[in-house]
Design a protein around this ligand. Sequence first.
Ligand code: FES
Length: 187
Amino acid sequence: MAVDQSKRTLLSYWWVLPVAGTVGAFGYMANYARRVTFSKTVPDQPRYQSGPKQRVAALSDLRGPYSFKEFTYQKTPCLLMQLPQPTPTSLSVGGRHFAAYSRLCTHLGCQVNPIEDTELLALTYNYRAQHPMLGCPCHFSVFDPQQQGASVFGKALHPLARVQLTEQGGQIYAQGLEPDPRVEPPA
Ligand code: FES
């Protein structure tokens, strides 16, 4: 009889495990949502580390807003892009604006790609934008080239590292790069 009673008591708590599991899952998701929404750092004062002056492209290589050219600087895959508007750290030449970023995603280091088709971006990244973005194919973080490489969606918390640009004689040069935010996160 005593055994039956203890069995009955035990069975009366059958609901504890699924409820605890559900509460834990919701807690995890809420914490994840809070982290990827409110913990992102925004691009601030650039932290360029000087490097060799390296030719990246001729001005004539880029033919309009969001046209781009890939290059490697200091062993880092990078991307130069023409922007429709200047940013606080972009290079402006003759009314045209340029910015360059490391292509290393600040989440786990996959290479970001330009996503020119905003419908494709909405479908594959679940992020709707008004202009082309840089997207990471690994976990679908999205970075905005017009906001100095800020992470605007997804797991990446930090902006892409910016490349310091200069122009001379119709040629665009790289001459510095910010540290990888995964190694030296911005304050
Ligand atoms: Fe880019 Fe995870 S490596 S989102």
